[in-house]
Design a protein around this ligand. Structure first.
Ligand SMILES: Nc1ncnc2c1ncn2[C@@H]1O[C@H](COP(=O)(O)OP(=O)(O)OP(=O)(O)O)[C@@H](O)[C@H]1O
Ligand SMILES: [Mg+2]
Length: 482
């Protein structure tokens, strides 16, 4: 049965050694059955004292699993495998495993047997130990620090998982599998890589010797159902009043920058804000890894591309952006601005593509402006600082600050408007903020949202566009966050 997925003998196989000396050091090309025909192991099993039996059985089980993984991967005809139905393949794997167990004289309970079959299946078709974590919807990030340490983020908190790889080779094999599927390579000379998994998750890996203690992998899981405005209000990320303000801001085509640190919820916020865009508008999105999920019908998605192994074929975010401007967009959304594309982004915002949005890495609105200034300087544009600032001030209307607080919660800690220039300085006014007041005994952050009392610079614009926000939302009262 299994043979249907087995590679046709490609190269003349080396004659099978009669009895390999040890499992760990066994050469790779032996048949599955060869692993089992090890009389000395069988003898060892029967001679084992009672109390050691359980431990030995587990060890042997893990040996068999490792050996089987390797055998399956090396001998399976992967092309035939692609056509196999899931249940077909599961049955094949279960049949092989059961044969192996029988010959090894190992009796497993139903649960162990199912677990073994599942792990084998994951190893053959998927990403091995990572597969369980990828399927677990409560896990949002997976962070691998070498083969023995895998951290996960769940509900905003990092925790050490009980999942491990067998060794660095095992981890490398999974990394290879991921990157070769997208036509990339990772090795000593190309020690890091960015890729997108089949399910849309964002993947980054760095391998030794640059990664000192074993390969480092970070995965930002793709959420099928992105958090929407209502969800974020329900989670206490911001209030209904702030949502009403943001709706007016997006609908009246203010240019918005979402600023925040790593994993602070920038992309989530950008995605949620995009839901306020009218369905009739033509939106173009540009990202390094396509994460945004816009609800509108008229959306063109672009993904920039790093250079390939020979250093060719790069399509930078700036290339995408320049091209996007020739594609008659109503709005442009850039997933993250971090380099030379800032010039074109600001120009687009200034010249008829108002209502555009992007994110930047920064810790406050003021910091965000400095980041933009730096990016412009790094792009090699030599302009007096005043000119740079006035370009920014006339392009950007609003900076929304996303933060991941130390208790793991994510909040929109500030909404700040840019109102123009005063001399050489960009003038800004904060409209809403999250006010921290203390900590609960179990280290949860206590605080509330409040308006600052400053009326929006754009309130007349809002009114003219039909978003007549009540003056009360600007009053500095403690706002109810859920
Ligand atoms: N308000 C929120 N409440 C709960 N979870 C959230 C909230 N905002 C974002 N998340 C979750 O936090 C994780 C990180 O969010 P997101 O990808 O938006 O961050 P980011 O700032 O874009 O990260 P990066 O800097 O890596 O691009 C995601 O799993 C997302 O679903
Ligand atoms: Mg992001």
């Amino acid at each position: 049965m299994f043979s249907k997925y087995k590679k046709q003998a490609a190269a003349p196989a080396a004659p099978k050694p009669a009895a390999p000396a040890s499992v760990a050091g066994a050469p790779p090309a032996q048949g599955v059955k060869a692993i089992l025909r090890r009389p000395e192991q069988r003898a060892a099993a029967s001679a084992a004292p009672q109390q050691d039996r359980d431990r030995k059985r587990k060890e042997r089980l893990s040996e068999i699993k490792i050996e089987l993984h390797r055998e399956l991967l090396e001998n399976l005809n992967l092309a035939a495998l692609e056509k196999a139905t899931e249940s077909d393949l599961r049955n094949e794997i279960a049949a092989i495993a059961s044969e192996v167990l029988q010959e090894k004289n190992i009796v497993l309970n139903r649960e162990d047997r199912q677990q073994l079959n599942k792990e084998l299946y994951d190893e053959v078709t998927g990403l091995g130990p990572l597969e369980t974590l990828l399927k677990d919807d409560s896990v949002s990030d997976i962070l691998v620090n070498g083969p023995q340490q895998i951290f996960i983020e769940r509900g905003g908190k990092l925790e050490l998982s009980d999942v491990t790889f067998k060794d660095e080779r095992h981890l490398m094999r999974i990394i290879d599998k991921i990157v070769s599927a997208v036509g990339r390579r990772v090795d000593e000379s190309n020690p890091y890589v960015d890729a997108r998994l089949q399910d849309g998750s964002r993947f980054n890996a760095m391998v030794p010797p640059v990664a000192v203690d074993g390969s480092l992998v970070s995965i930002r899981k793709f959420k099928k159902d992105k958090l929407q405005i209502d969800d974020l209000v329900n989670f206490g990320a911001f209030t209904e009043e702030m949502a009403a303000y943001l709706q007016a801001a997006v609908s009246t085509r203010l240019n918005i920058i979402v600023s925040g640190g790593t994993g602070s919820g920038k992309t989530t916020t950008l995605n949620a804000l995009s839901s306020f865009i009218d369905n009739a508008e033509r939106i173009l999105t540009i990202e390094d890894t396509a994460e945004l999920q816009l609800q509108q019908t008229h959306v063109g998605r672009m993904e920039s591309r790093p250079p390939n192994v020979e250093g060719k074929g790069e399509v930078s975010p700036r290339d995408c952006l320049k091209n996007a401007l020739r594609m008659r967009p109503d709005r442009i959304i850039v997933g993250e601005t971090r380099g030379a594309e800032v010039i074109d982004m600001l120009q687009a915002m200034n010249t008829g593509h108002d209502g555009s949005m992007t994110t930047i890495h920064a810790n406050s609105a003021r910091d965000g402006i400095s980041r933009l200034e730096n990016m412009i300087a790094m792009a090699g544009i030599e302009m007096p600082i005043k000119a740079v600032r006035s370009q920014i001030a006339s392009a950007v209307n609003l900076i929304v600050q996303a933060s991941r607080l130390q208790d793991g919660s994510r909040r929109m800690t500030s909404i700040t408007e840019i109102t123009g220039m005063e001399g050489d300085v960009i003038s800004m006014q904060e409209i809403f903020r999250f006010q921290r007041v203390g900590l609960t005994p179990d280290n949860k952050i206590l605080g509330h949202f409040t308006a600052t009392g400053v009326r929006s610079h754009y309130s007349e614009r809002f009114r003219l566009w039909g978003y007549d926000l009540p003056a009360s939302i600007y009053e500095p009262t403690v706002m109810e966050a859920r």
